[in-house]
Structure formats: C-alpha cells, structure tokens
Unconditional design. Structure first.
Length: 277
C-alpha cells in the first residue's frame, strides 16, 4: 500500500508539473491558430483573445492569391526524393563501413565524422559556386542534391544500429552464396527497418520545415517551397498577419499529422537500438 501511495503521489506531482509546461508549449500554437480566424485589426488589437465570430475568409483569400498547391507539390517532391536518397546512401555507407571494418574503412569513417561536424554555413559559398557552374541553381533537382549531404547524419545513426546486428545471419547468407548486394538488400535492410524509419522521419521534418537552403538556391517563384511562400507573405513595410499565420498553419498541419502518424516508428527505432546495444 505504501508503494502504491508513493506512486500515486509521484503521478500527481508529475501531472502538476507537466500541465503548466504543456500549456506554455501550446501557447504559440494557440496564438497562431486563433489569429487565422480574425481580421487584421482584431489580430493587432487583441492577439490572444478568442475571435468574436470566426472568420474563414482569410483561408479562402490565401488559397486564391497564393500558389499553395504548387508550393506543396514542390516541397513534397524535394522532401520525398531527398529523404530517399539520404537514407539509401546512409544505409549503404553504414553497411560498407560496418560489415567490413578494414583499416581504410575505419579511417574513412573518421573522415565522415569530421565532415559531420563541419557547419553548413562554412561551405555555403564554394558549394553554391559549384552548383552555379553545373547549372543546378534554381532547380528542384539541385536542391535534392544539396540535401543529399544529410546522408552523413543518416550514416552516423544507422551505423550505430547496424553494429548490433547478428552477424551470424550475414555470414550464413554469405556461405549460401549471397553476394554483397544480395546480403544488403535481402538481409541487412529488413533488419534495420526500424532505424531507417526513424531517420527518415527526422530528415522529413527537417527538409519540410527548412527555410535557409531553399532561400539560397531557389529564386523562381514557381519553384518555391511552402516555407518560402510563408516568408514571401511578409511585406517590406507591413505584414498581413492573418494571411501570414494562415500560411504558417497550412505549412505546419501536414507535419503535425505526419508526426502523430509515425511517432510509434520513432520510438520503436530508438528503443530497438537501445535494447540491442
């Protein structure tokens, strides 16, 4: 009974702590969502108050004036192909450097770690100049190639998980006559599926919400991502706050739905790696 009483007390204390913290964390979302249903005057006059009468005209105005569908299509194209490329390259690199731990592979792995800690901003100018010469600036495919540098993060996460795999299964496949590619596609990839899903979720959220890279490499309005459309809604001398916040909600909702739908894959990937390690 004493143990149950202590557990209940801890539960109440945890709830008493977490509820105010949750309220503080939810306040920005409340601010954004509520002000999409107000006029400009109501938003600037009382931003935290509830709307007297919800007005959905801003959503209709934004959909009519802003190429939201094209921006979503551009963002989806870049996100899907970038994540697929990063996860594939990261998994292949982890497989090559983990399954065959030669001296060269160990040294190359240290070189990749060095590249992992180099800030992106420090290489921005030379990379941009290279892409200009290759004709890949202001191109969605060029943007996908820029994002492919995130393969280093994928490799870093995947190789730690891959080191926990039962190598007896891999050796048995080799004895049965499987080559390196067959081992990778038929044995290794199914075994590391949880961590692949985890990495893909993290990279998807990063690319979808990224502003810096598209702002640097894209100049054609027809190729803008949804985050760039949010940025361009800010005027030089004044801001249409309802339209700005409405676009922000449109950009945010897909990632919220995506995260809620795949959060179990994140937890299963992280917990599987922790248990196996």
């Amino acid at each position: 009974m004493a143990i149950l009483s202590r557990l209940r007390t801890r539960g109440w204390l945890t709830s008493a702590y977490m509820l105010p913290v949750s309220a503080v964390m939810a306040l920005p979302f409340y601010y954004v969502l509520v002000n999409t249903l107000k006029s400009q005057q109501q938003t600037t006059g009382s931003p935290l108050a509830l709307p007297t009468s919800p007005d959905f005209s801003t959503y209709r105005r934004v959909l009519n004036q802003v190429p939201v569908a094209a921006a979503f299509a551009n963002t989806l194209y870049v996100t899907v192909f970038s994540v697929a490329l990063m996860v594939l390259i990261g998994a292949m690199a982890a497989y090559a450097l983990t399954i065959r731990p030669t001296r060269f592979n160990r040294r190359f792995g240290k070189l990749l770690l060095l590249a992992f800690v180099v800030p992106t901003q420090s290489t921005l100018i030379p990379v941009y100049q290279i892409f200009v010469k290759l004709g890949l600036v202001n191109s969605l495919n060029g943007l996908v190639l820029v994002y492919s540098a995130g393969s280093i993060f994928c490799w870093f996460v995947i190789q730690g998980y891959m080191a926990t795999l039962p190598f007896e299964v891999i050796e048995a496949a080799r004895l049965d006559g499987c080559g390196p590619w067959q081992v990778f596609w038929r044995i290794v990839l199914p075994l590391i599926r949880p961590i692949l899903a985890t990495v893909a979720v993290f990279q998807t959220m990063w690319i979808w919400n990224d502003f810096f890279t598209p702002n640097v490499y894209l100049s054609d309005p027809g190729k803008s991502t949804i985050v760039l459309e949010v940025y361009t809604s800010v005027g030089q001398f004044q801001v249409d706050w309802p339209a700005f916040l409405t676009l922000s909600v449109m950009a945010l909702v897909p990632m919220v739905v995506f995260f809620v739908a795949v959060q179990r894959h994140i937890m299963s990937g992280l917990l599987s790696g922790a248990v196996k390690g």
